[in-house]
Ligand binder design. Structure first.
Ligand code: AMP
Ligand code: ZN
Length: 142
């Protein structure tokens, strides 16, 4: 465990948290600055800074409990929707550098969560998509 990591301290119990789910590999707890009622965080118990730093094994352990937690939030609070969010890197909004997946139950358009989604499809062509896909495929196999 990283000694100066807030979420490692939550895992080892030296900082309190309000737990909702725990198993050998992962922990879910209430976000202390919730955007909406039921805002929950899911983390791997081992320290991984962000998605780039996770093995597919750890990612699998983490995501395997996502439907269970999502369905529990749905049953508990009857939200009209649910956003799953993961910020990687400070410019993307990451403030705690131990991987975490946000569960943000949604209630209405003024519930405090807003993702600005401004598509720019006019700037891209199918040739550009083909080029990007080729680049990604090359790097996937490295
Ligand atoms: P992010 O900005 O994606 O890195 O999210 C970090 C989240 O951790 C924020 O939503 C914070 O409210 C939450 N957070 C920070 N400290 C604690 C804590 N001690 N217990 C629970 N959640 C926390
Ligand atoms: Zn950590």
């Amino acid at each position: 465990a990283m000694s100066d990591c807030l979420f490692c301290k939550i895992v080892d119990g030296s900082i309190p948290s309000t737990k909702v789910y725990e198993d050998e590999h992962v922990l879910a707890f209430m976000d202390i600055m919730p955007l909406t009622k039921g805002h929950t965080l899911l983390i791997p118990k081992k320290h991984h800074e962000n998605v780039y730093d996770m093995s597919s094994e750890v990612a699998g352990q983490l995501f395997s409990v996502v439907p269970k937690i999502a369905n529990s939030l749905k049953a508990s609070f009857q939200p009209v929707g649910l956003n799953l969010l993961n910020n990687n890197g400070a410019p993307a909004g990451q403030s705690v550098f131990h991987f975490h997946l946000h569960f943000i139950p949604r209630y209405d358009q003024t519930d405090g969560f807003k993702a600005s989604w401004q598509t720019k499809e006019k700037q891209y062509t199918s040739e550009m998509f083909a080029e990007y896909a080729e680049q990604i495929r090359l790097n996937l196999s490295k």
